[in-house]
Design a protein around this ligand. Sequence first.
Ligand code: F6P
Length: 545
Amino acid sequence: MSQQRSPSFLAAHVERLSRTHLRDLLKDRERGERLRHRVGPLLLDLSRQKLDHEALQALGEHAEASGWQQARDAMFAGEPINTSEHRAVLHTALRGGASRLPPLAPREARSEIERTLQRIDELVRAIERGDAASMGLPPKITDVVNIGIGGSDLGPRLAVRALAPFHVPELRSHFLTNVDGQAAYELMRQLDPRRTLVIVVSKTFTTQETLLNGNVLRDWIVRSYEGDARAASKHFLAVSANTAEAERWGVATSNIYPMWDFVGGRFSLWSAVGLSLALAIGMEHFRALLAGAAQIDDHFRSKPWQENLPVLLSLVEYWNRNALGRSSRAVVPYADLMGDLTSYLQQLEMESLGKQVTPQGEPVAQSTSPVVWGSVGTNAQHAYFQSLHQGTDTVPLEFIGVVRPAHPLRANHDALLSNLLAQAAALALGKTFDEALAESKGGDEQARRVLAAQRTFPGDRPSTVILLDSLTPESLGALIALYEHKVFMLGHLWSINAFDQWGVELGKSIARQILPALEGQTDDLSSFDTATRALLDEIAQRREG
Ligand code: F6P
């Protein structure tokens, strides 16, 4: 696919801004007021993005002309906007009970969601009061293992870790995801099978990794009951849209919680996919997470683009990606508890927006998803920030901070926040050659100039700051919903279907063809390409050695 050009309606703005340094843009005080917005527990500061009022206005007008409000309402109303799979996209209905606006989702979907939430509520409360047996589960559960991958893992994993300060006592959470047997092996060494509850989460219930890990833990628990599969089955819950397959696998019907076609895996934290989270933090907190997300849903449904956080975030990304040609974005949470946010966003954004054709099968007009990457600060500063400050490529960043931590170590937290603020400032402002020269004291003029060149920071590197008042179920729900709606907006602006993921299928089907060769069920490698054949040969030889 050929290199995409910047959309023509932005060309004049790109040209004008190419002559302006961010340092100069930041002198405009009003800029902060226009680009800094708060909703509930979130503050979004876009004032260090390299665009001015005119450019933002042009972007906003483009969004208005695209009919984003109608597209948004179609999603909330359950129209089949996931056209390649003929599905509605109703993750917002999962938290619709906490919305203050009239519901748009079909009544039937809302009732199913409510019924399921009720079942989750009953289960969580029964386990909390030590009465798991009343739900057909083994008594005295101490550990919960969520088995799932992608959307069936990343959301609960992110939230369970982020909300550690809210965990109920005496119940530990674990996540088993990769097909690499090491993790399952370690877990089995660590846990007591008779006190472990396993939640197998798979929308399709056909995912190789999840089923393999499920089999491993099932065998382990069956062994602990001397082969009594019926007793072992009490340890398993399933969350799936494929109830028949979950039953066939051995989960009791009463232990299966539904997923629906109208919820995509990467948008499913709010459903029974969040069961491990609900068990970890209790039902009040799980409902607070839903309420936080619903607050952003209402905001997204009701505010004009100028004040609408997901819309603004999407316009800034559109600007960076399509006007300025930035091909990646770094997400750096300054909070260890949010250490899984970047991988969560990688799936949410890249699986949704990594598309090159429109729903009509035509090539897209612009570049789509940037690569999302990153890790927690300040650690990241001591790894790859050198390149972000002085490398040849400009990478827009997203800094995420928490104002009030969940711990009392004030000095640590002040240092953490000062670093976040300092990095955003340094990236934007930089340090000129003359400033660096003035600081270079030793040596002759030539030596001073050589050193100053190396100590110059170009600056002009954009970033967004998102601050959470504190990291709570409510603010985390709001933050995730903010990103979900940003993804929706970008899908709309790029004219792509953000809700399918055909791009993951090819590798899966080739893996299915390769597996028999590795299992020794066939010696005929002739259908594989030469590189694959050679590597299979190497593996076979080394296995024998
Ligand atoms: O392979 C990609 C994917 O289909 C994701 O979209 C999904 O979140 C993940 O696999 C897991 O799928 P499932 O929940 O059906 O096991």
